[in-house]
Design a protein around this ligand. Sequence first.
Ligand code: ZN
Ligand code: ZN
Length: 662
Amino acid sequence: MKIPSIPRLKLSYGIAAAAIKFTGQQYIPIFLQPISFSTAAAIELRGNNGPATNAPSSSSLVDDFTRFCYQRDLHMAMETLNYMQINRVWADCITYSELLKCCLSRGTIKQVKIIHNHLFSYGHRPKTFLTNVLLNMYVKFGLVRDAHSLFDEMSERNVVSWTTLIAAYVKAGDKVKALDLLVLMMKEGIKPNMYTYSTVFRACHGLTDLRQLHCCVIKDGLDFDPFIRSALIDIYSKWGELDKSIRIFNEVSSEDPVVWNSIIGGFAQNTDGDGALNLFKKMKRFGLEPDQPSLTSVLRACTGLALLELGRQVHVHVLKFEQDLILNNALIDMYCKCGSLEESNNVFTKMWEKDVISWSTMIIGLAQNGFSREALEMFESMKASRIKPNYITLVGVLFACSHAGLVEDGLFYFYSMKKVFGIEPGREHYGCMVDLLGRAGRFDEAIKLIHDMKCEPDVVTWRTLLGACRVHNNTDIAIYAAKEILNLQPEDAGAYILLSNIYANSERWKDVAQVRKDMNIHGIRKEPGCSWIEVNRKIHAFILGDKSHPQIGDITSELKILIWKLKEVGYIPDTNFILQDLEGEQKEDALFFHSEKLAIVFGMMNLPKESVIRIRKNLRTCGDCHNFAKILSSMDNRNIVLRDPIRYHHFKNGVCSCGDYW
Ligand code: ZN
Ligand code: ZN
């Protein structure tokens, strides 16, 4: 709904501003109370730069100021504040805090600094309460240094001041400083409260002081506090020590949703989707209504594990929180990551409010699922709706270009992103460009770009180049890229195997032996391929060479029959391993039992014919399995979606959404 703008009225009439009031039917302009003549006179004089000659009375200035603050008229409030400053008048603390809140909601730091100067001018000192509000402002604006110098200026500090500053450092990622401050605070004899502890715990990630702090908490008798417990659960979960989190959770039966949210989030974070969902159900049985954070956690678990069925169940609960932006964004992400673009688009189009995250998630989701044109169209609509793209959005846009081989578009977006959107290209953007140029066979440009990168290229950058070498059978550059990978990550099994395959192919046996030796030295074995499929809300895992699945016998014989049938319609097993990072000894026989093939057959045996077979795999899929799935999708009229660590393959009617480009 568009709010009509009302022109400001002339000040000389003594009327400050016009506002609008929503009557439920239409917007009608109403006039605010006239400002006092003293303020009007003062404001009239503002061109003269000097103190007002006929000084307005202090009390009327303060009255006007107070009214403007409560009316959230930032412009008039600041004008009046200027005259209060000249006349050395100050209002009460609550009024200033209203004004500061108004600055925060409008995102204007300039005014905050003016208010700061005013509050500390001519020897005036605001109350601790107000200084804490000001401190919090700097933290909210991410200005840690300003916050700290204000903190140093404070003559009196309480726990709120300390906790605010500690939180600022936690937010800025300076954990050591945050913990130092906690020690300093205790030395000054100020007792941390539950907020301080829960803030500090979150800073402990990666540091070892947690046990000591945990002891302090128990000593202070705060260990049953829901905030503290939730923070402890969070931190132990983050460290992957889920058992400790569970112990803390089980210590006391809690009715506090905060604690439940943390433990559900913990399970989700540790990729235990079943656990997260069971707790979620238990929470409901407990009579606790799932709230936004718990639903977001469960959705994240579903997203991480591509659990579409569970995700759909959670969606039902989300409906209660109609038009919640965060939940809707999580839903879009979940559906995209589960490869169900239709459902994500459904959620997206029904959203009243969309932010940069909603748009970016859709753009990336479309691009990753092979809908590059749609992704770029979405980007155009985003710009048309005046939402400013961010770093992530541009990654999605460039990814879409590289995916569809749109070299010129990609180059255009890449070279204009800084100028047009003010976003400095980062590693991810360079990665997309290396992919784009590499796939187009423009290796010289791709390598030049890597050398020109402002940030150091990482393993992913080189792997991207390697991927392009596969497409173009460029063994020389493949060797170069593999060696760069091994420089950065000497344990990369894939790079070794690739090198060994290339050398073996050109009969460089000495080099092959050297690679094998290096692998032994580093104790490297290739991570086995593993595929997951969800059937009847249960996850089934298949690993190459693993016979533990109860139906493995049936699956294997079914697969053999299927391959025989597929061969009749043109499937030829592809045993060219040279540029694949597969073990060389895996010849045709082993190829037949790659985990994704087993998972697909299992899906065909257990899912109704019309339902999509959705597989998730830990490694990049090989050319043979890709071909297998393509031919199968047309022969059996099956839709198959395969998600690997980088992209999605939608197999339908004999073609793949990736355009055989992955
Ligand atoms: Zn395969
Ligand atoms: Zn594909």
